[in-house]
Design a binder for this molecule. Structure first.
Ligand code: G4P
Length: 280
């Protein structure tokens, strides 16, 4: 990690613009403070891509865009790699953020950073319109650094797999595990599903009703998973409800968007969590 940090710091010197890919559903939990530290030190502008907006709550995404754009040197761009038109806009945005670069003598050098599983490889594949890196849902896959030409005078320097999330709060760990940015071997899947169940009860109870057909009044997180098991008919031998399978399905339904468009944090909830953490 130290070697990777040193490499990133050196790379920053030869970079004109930093793209940080975040998960729009949990932008702060999925950001690595190291990126901002390095780019501020070198006074490089930042494009924060709020990726996977197709899975996120649009109201929360709008709030996050406003939140980031209050920060100096930051432009926020909510998008999804699933939409070619969203991807196509990126080069123009980059060019507008570094107008002095992108000419034959001064190519625009872009560094793409982000924690595992936010969609960096998918984004690069889409930007380059060909498969340049492995796309997969295994967060732990570490990839070698690569340098690629996005346009004639635009160079992409990618450092995927290098940055690990900085898990400052337990709730961040749970959000990252729910979103598969950290493997579920790091946390027990049922614990993550219970976190998600509780969150859904508090913020999006109607989506549980829509997806599984049960009413949520008076339920707790364990009840939610039991209800999923009951509604889906998940049973283990002997007739008991299959709690683990239901927990897995709840998480999968969140990850794929089958449960609806859900954001795990908003600027307000983040501020409240930070204040609570500071007081502990
Ligand atoms: P990484 O390089 O940052 O580690 O992430 P990677 O591109 O490997 O993407 C991780 C997962 O996120 C992949 O899913 C990818 O398809 C998905 N993904 C990337 N961008 C978006 C997006 O804008 N919206 C949605 N919904 N998903 C996105 P996967 O589980 O491997 O499945 P598959 O989709 O490749 O089958």
């Amino acid at each position: 990690m130290n070697a990777a940090k040193k490499e990133a710091a050196e790379q920053m010197e030869n970079t004109d613009l930093v793209i940080e890919v975040l998960d729009a559903r949990l932008p702060e939990a999925s950001c690595n403070p190291l990126v901002d530290q390095l780019r501020k030190f070198r006074q490089r502008p930042s494009l924060k891509i709020l990726n996977k907006v197709d899975l996120a709550d649009p109201v929360a995404t709008a709030a996050w865009k406003a939140f980031y754009e209050q920060q100096e040197g930051v432009t926020a761009y909510p998008m999804t790699t699933k939409k070619p038109s969203d991807v196509a806009r990126i080069t123009d945005i980059c060019q507008s953020l570094a107008p002095h670069r992108g000419v034959p003598t001064k190519p625009l050098r872009i560094m793409i950073m982000g924690i595992p599983n936010v969609g960096k490889s998918t984004l690069m594949n889409a930007l380059l319109k060909k498969r340049v890196a492995k796309v997969g849902d295994e967060p732990a896959v570490t990839k070698v650094q690569q340098k690629l030409y996005l346009g004639k005078h635009i160079v992409l320097v990618d450092t995927p797999g290098m940055l690990w999330p900085k898990i400052a709060m337990a709730s961040d760990g749970l959000m990252l595990a729910a979103s598969h940015a950290v493997g579920t071997n790091a946390l027990i899947e049922t614990e993550v599903a219970e976190f998600l169940g509780q969150f859904m009860l508090e913020r999006y109870p109607h989506l549980l009703t829509t997806r599984y057909g049960f009413q949520t009044e008076g339920l707790d997180a364990v009840d939610v998973i039991e209800q999923v098991a009951q509604r889906r008919g998940f049973r283990v031998r002997g007739g008991e409800f299959d709690y683990e399978k239901a927990a897995h399905v709840l998480l999968q339904d969140y990850r794929t968007g089958a449960l609806g468009r859900i954001s795990l944090e908003t600027p307000e909830s983040r501020a409240a969590a930070l204040a609570k953490h500071a007081a502990e």
